[in-house]
Design a binder for this molecule. Structure first.
Ligand SMILES: *[C@@H]1O[C@H](CO)[C@@H](O)[C@H](O)[C@H]1NC(C)=O
Ligand SMILES: *[C@@H]1O[C@H](CO)[C@@H](O)[C@H](O)[C@H]1NC(C)=O
Ligand SMILES: *[C@@H]1O[C@H](CO)[C@@H](O)[C@H](O)[C@H]1NC(C)=O
Ligand SMILES: *[C@@H]1O[C@H](CO)[C@@H](O)[C@H](O)[C@H]1NC(C)=O
Ligand SMILES: *[C@@H]1O[C@H](CO)[C@@H](O)[C@H](O)[C@H]1NC(C)=O
Ligand SMILES: *[C@@H]1O[C@H](CO)[C@@H](O)[C@H](O)[C@H]1NC(C)=O
Ligand SMILES: CC(=O)N[C@H]1CO[C@H](CO)[C@@H](O)[C@@H]1O
Length: 587
C-alpha cells in the first residue's frame, strides 16, 4: 500500500512537470518501440498479425509509456525475406491490410499522442517490382534503375563471364544473368532482391517522392535499413580476398572495400536529410521528421552518419542505431564491459548529437535468451535511464524469450514469435491455437504475458512502466550523467538535473560484495537514498530508505533511488502514513 501511494504521488509529480517537451526535437528523449507487424496482433484468424490488430492493441503502447513506434516493413512483398523485399512501396502487403487501415492506424496513434515511423528498405526492391520488370525489358525510363553489367568477354562466345568477384551476403555470386537484357544485374542479397542504382537520378527522385508521400500521410520518420550497402564501386573492381589461396564462396571471404561503407553512402544520407528538412520548412511542419539509420559498421563510420565530420552543418541521421549494448551486455558481462559499451558511443559521438540505446531487434536473440531471464530488468533499466532515446523491441517489456521450437528455416525467426497478450487460446494474439500461428507462440505464454504481468503486484512489465514514467522527468531527460564502477559486478550512475532533481541507478551483475559505500556519487548533500522503483526480483520495495554509505543490493538487482536527507525522510514517512490512512478510510 505504502509503495503504491508513493508511486502514485510520484506519477502525479511527473505528470505535472511533463508537457514542456521540445516539440521540434521530440526525438532526443523519445521512448521508441519496434513493432514486428506479422507478430503483433491478428484480427482475421489466419495466424498472421495485421494493421487492424495494431489499431486494436495500440493502447498498450500508451500504457507501457512509449511515445513513438517504428514498424518493420508493411509494404507489398513476395515475402522471400519477410518483407525486406518490397514489390510496391505504395501498396500495403495484403496479409496486413490496406492503405486505409494504415491511415486509420496513423489516426489512432495521433489520438493517443504516439508517433508512427516506417522501416524503409532502400537498397533493393523485389524482382517482382514493376520497376525491375520494366528494367529487364530495357524500357528507356527504367533502364538504369538497377545496377547492370555486360559481364567479362567470353573468348569462346556464349554468355559472358561474371563481371567481378563480388559475393552476395547469402553466399554465391552477387550477379544474375537476364536473357532479355543480355546483361547481369547486381544483388547484394537474394537474387530476388535486385540492388537499386542510386547513381540514377530517376531512382533518387522515385524514392524521395515515396518518402514525401508518407510524410504527407502523417508519418513521423523513417528507419533506413542496412544503409551501408547502398552504393558499390562505380568501376566494379574486384574486392580483395582475405585468403588469396582459397576459392571464394562466402560473403566473409572478401574484404568489402568496394560494396560497403562507401563515401557516397554518407553523402546520400546527408542529401536525404536535407531533402526532408527542406520539405518540413516548405510545409511548415513543426516537428522534425526523423531519419534513423541501421548499419553494422565501425564506430567511426557509424558516427559519420550523424553529420559530415568536416562540416557539422551538413546533417545526416538524427539517430544512427547504437548496438553497443547488444555487443557488450552479454551473460557474463562485468561492470567494465558495460562501461566500455556505453562510452564507446558517448566518447565518439560528435558534439551536439544525442545517443540512443538499443538492446534488441528482430535480428537479435531476445535479451532473456541472449543474456539470461533474470537480467532483462537490468537491461531495461540501462536502456531506459541512460541519456538519450531508447528503443525497445516488441515483447521485451514483458520479458519474452526466444522460442527454440521455431522451424529452422531462418535462425532469426525464434525471436519473432507472436506477442503474448494473455494466457488464453492463441495468447490473445489470434483465435487459433498457439501452435498454429505463422510461427509457434512460445509455450511460456501461460505465465509470461501482458495480462498476467499487469495483475501481478510486481512484474517485468510493471517495472518497465515505472521506468518509462521516470523518463519523463527532467533528470532523465536533461540530467547529466556520472557513471562509476563500484566493483567488477556492481556499477551505478547518477542522472542529476540542476541540483534539484536526481536519481542514482544501481545494478548488481553478480558477485558477493557487501555494504557498498556510495558517497562518491553527488546526491546534493543528502545522506539517504530512497527507492523510487526496483526490479521485481529486488530485495527493495518502493519507498525503502537506505544509508548512502551502507547499501546492500540483491543478486541481479536493479534499483533507482532518489535522495533524501534524514529530516525530510521523517517528514515524508509521516506524510505517507497519514495519506495511507486517508486512502484506506475513504476508498
Ligand atoms: C576478378 O576476379 C575474378 C574471379 O576471381 C577473376 O577471374 C578476374 O581475373 C579478376 N579480375 C581482375 C581484374 O583481377
Ligand atoms: C537496350 O537499350 C539500349 C539503348 O537503346 C541498347 O543500346 C541496347 O542494345 C538494348 N539492349 C537490348 C538487349 O535490347
Ligand atoms: C572518404 O571520405 C573520407 C572523409 O572525408 C576521406 O578521408 C577519404 O579519403 C574518402 N575516401 C575516398 C576513397 O574518397
Ligand atoms: C506555420 O505554423 C505556425 C504554427 O505551427 C503558424 O503560427 C504560422 O503562421 C505558420 N506559417 C505559415 C507560413 O504558414
Ligand atoms: C496444437 O495444440 C492443440 C491444443 O493444445 C492440440 O490439440 C494440437 O494437436 C496441436 N497441434 C499441433 C500441430 O501440434
Ligand atoms: C550482489 O549480489 C550478490 C548475490 O546475491 C550478493 O552476494 C552481493 O552482496 C550483492 N552485491 C552487493 C554490492 O550488494
Ligand atoms: C538495404 C536493405 O534492404 N537492407 C536489407 C538489405 O537486404 C537484406 C536482405 O533482405 C536485409 O536483411 C537487410 O536488412
Amino acid at each position: 500500500m505504502k509503495s503504491k501511494i508513493t508511486f502514485l504521488l510520484f506519477v502525479i509529480f511527473i505528470i505535472a512537470i511533463h508537457g514542456q517537451d521540445d516539440e521540434k526535437e521530440w526525438w532526443r528523449t523519445a521512448t521508441f518501440y519496434q513493432i514486428y507487424p506479422r507478430s503483433f496482433m491478428d484480427t482475421t484468424g489466419n495466424g498472421i498479425g495485421d494493421l487492424k490488430g495494431m489499431i486494436q492493441r495500440l493502447d498498450h503502447l500508451k500504457d507501457a509509456g512509449f511515445d513513438t513506434f517504428w514498424l518493420s516493413p508493411i509494404f507489398k512483398s513476395p515475402q522471400k525475406d519477410t518483407g525486406y523485399d518490397v514489390s510496391d512501396y505504395y501498396t500495403i502487403e495484403p496479409d496486413y491490410g490496406t492503405m486505409d487501415d494504415f491511415k486509420a492506424l496513423i489516426a489512432k496513434a495521433k489520438s493517443l499522442g504516439i508517433r508512427v515511423m516506417l522501416d524503409f528498405i532502400p537498397n533493393h526492391t523485389s524482382d517482382e517490382h514493376e520497376w525491375f520488370i520494366k528494367s529487364c525489358a530495357n524500357e528507356s525510363e527504367f533502364r538504369d534503375y538497377y545496377v547492370w553489367h555486360d559481364g567479362q568477354p567470353n573468348p569462346e562466345g556464349g554468355r559472358p563471364f561474371l563481371p567481378n568477384n563480388w559475393i552476395s551476403v547469402f553466399g554465391g555470386p552477387a550477379w544474375t544473368w537476364v536473357e532479355s537484357r543480355q546483361q547481369y544485374y547486381l544483388h547484394q542479397f537474394l537474387p530476388g532482391q535486385p540492388d537499386l542504382n542510386y547513381r540514377s537520378d530517376n531512382v533518387v527522385k522515385a524514392m524521395s517522392d515515396m518518402l514525401i508521400y508518407y510524410i504527407d500521410m502523417g508519418v513521423a520518420g523513417f528507419r533506413l535499413d542496412a544503409i551501408n550497402h547502398l552504393f558499390e564501386d562505380a568501376l566494379f573492381r574486384n574486392e580483395t580476398q582475405w585468403n588469396p589461396e582459397e576459392e571464394i564462396e562466402n560473403y566473409d571471404d572478401l574484404n568489402h572495400e568496394h560494396t560497403k561503407d562507401l563515401n557516397e553512402t554518407f553523402l546520400f544520407v546527408y542529401s536525404w536529410r536535407k531533402m526532408i528538412d527542406d520539405y518540413i520548412v516548405q510545409k511548415n511542419i513543426s516537428s522534425d521528421i526523423l531519419v534513423m539509420t541501421e548499419a553494422y559498421a565501425s564506430t567511426s563510420d557509424t558516427m559519420r552518419y550523424y553529420h559530415d565530420p568536416t562540416n557539422p552543418n551538413v546533417r545526416g541521421a538524427h539517430m544512427p542505431f547504437n548496438f553497443q549494448l547488444i555487443f557488450n551486455f552479454q551473460a557474463n558481462a562485468k561492470s567494465e564491459d558495460i562501461q566500455r559499451g556505453i562510452f564507446e558511443w558517448l566518447n565518439n559521438m560528435p558534439e551536439g548529437e544525442t545517443a540512443n540505446w538499443v538492446a534488441g531487434s528482430h535480428d537479435h536473440s531476445r535479451v532473456a535468451s541472449r543474456i539470461m531471464p533474470e537480467k532483462i530488468h537490468m537491461v531495461n533499466t540501462v536502456v531506459l535511464t541512460l541519456p538519450g532515446s531508447s528503443i525497445t523491441y516488441m515483447g521485451e517489456e514483458i520479458g519474452m524469450h526466444d522460442n527454440k521450437d521455431v522451424p529452422n528455416w531462418d535462425n532469426r525467426n525464434k525471436n519473432r514469435t507472436p506477442m503474448q497478450w494473455n494466457g488464453g487460446v492463441g495468447a490473445g494474439f489470434t483465435t487459433r491455437n498457439a501452435n498454429e500461428t505463422w510461427l509457434p507462440i512460445h509455450p511460456n505464454y501461460l505465465t509470461v504475458n501482458l495480462q498476467a504481468e499487469t495483475e501481478r503486484p510486481r512484474s517485468t512489465y510493471k517495472y518497465f512502466q515505472s521506468l518509462t514514467a521516470l523518463r519523463k522527468t527532467n533528470a532523465l531527460r536533461k540530467g547529466d550523467f556520472d557513471f562509476k564502477i563500484i566493483n567488477e559486478d556492481v556499477f551505478g550512475y547518477t542522472r542529476n538535473y540542476n541540483k534539484e532533481e536526481g536519481y542514482l541507478i544501481l545494478i548488481n551483475l553478480s558477485g558477493s560484495s557487501h555494504h557498498l559505500d556510495l558517497k562518491a556519487f553527488d546526491t546534493f548533500g543528502k545522506n539517504k537514498l530512497r527507492v523510487v522503483t526496483a526490479a521485481p526480483n529486488s530485495r527493495f520495495d518502493v519507498g525503502d530508505i537506505v544509508e548512502k554509505e551502507h547499501v546492500t543490493v540483491g543478486l541481479y538487482d536493479a534499483v533507482v533511488f532518489d535522495y533524501v536527507s534524514s529530516a525530510s525522510s521523517v517528514v515524508l514517512s509521516i506524510a505517507l502514513f497519514f495519506t495511507t490512512i486517508f486512502v484506506y478510510l475513504f476508498n
